[in-house]
Design a protein around this ligand. Sequence first.
Ligand SMILES: [Zn+2]
Length: 240
Amino acid sequence: MQDRMCERAANSPGSAGRLQRIITRTRMIDLTLPWSPDCTPVPGHPGIQIEDLHTHEEDGRSNSIARFSLHTGTHIDAPYHFHPEGQTIDRVPLSCLVAPATLFDLRSEAHPAKGITTAHLWSIGVSPDEDLRDRVVVCFTGWAARMWNSPDFYSGNPFLDQSAVRWLVDREIAALGLDFSVDQGSPYPNHQLLLGRGIPLIENLTNLDRISQREFVIAALPLPVEAGNGGPARVVALLE
Ligand SMILES: [Zn+2]
């Protein structure tokens, strides 16, 4: 039914038709993990808990209550997460999160519990002087798609070597998206460095294998939790 509505709108004259044709020409890929109690939480954080407030059977309507860490599943880390003077999630500009993106396909270079270095970036064809200013770089290893509901999600993950993180910071990227935790573990040096430079992290992406081009537009929209250190997000790739 939705498709029929879109087709009707695209064929209508005037600005509604023109705007609808832009949407029809755009392919959308949802990069968001399923949001459920199956999501592996960050170690030490509670998992997602959802309980009924009202049910169809007893109340004639359905409502739910959820309790969860803001850093569960696909979510965005605000600079404030590691830096008290950093931006909170409600203040991160949307222009950093809805932007041109470049996909680094690191599947051939990433291995469990191993750091990804600049040498790995060069070997997948990234140029050391590539202009990535104000772009969202998305690092793709296949880890989240495989491990999002496994207890090893945060223990055996590939991570970024500091050489790669320093290079990304120097390129003045708008944000960094990943399908694995950027750090191997405490004390989270990559979180410190990236968030300290005001670069938000778009964490736990999935479906990156469905992006068939290196350049695309990403729309990563976090819940604007007031004064929040992060927020769950729906993240979408937009392709021509
Ligand atoms: Zn986080």
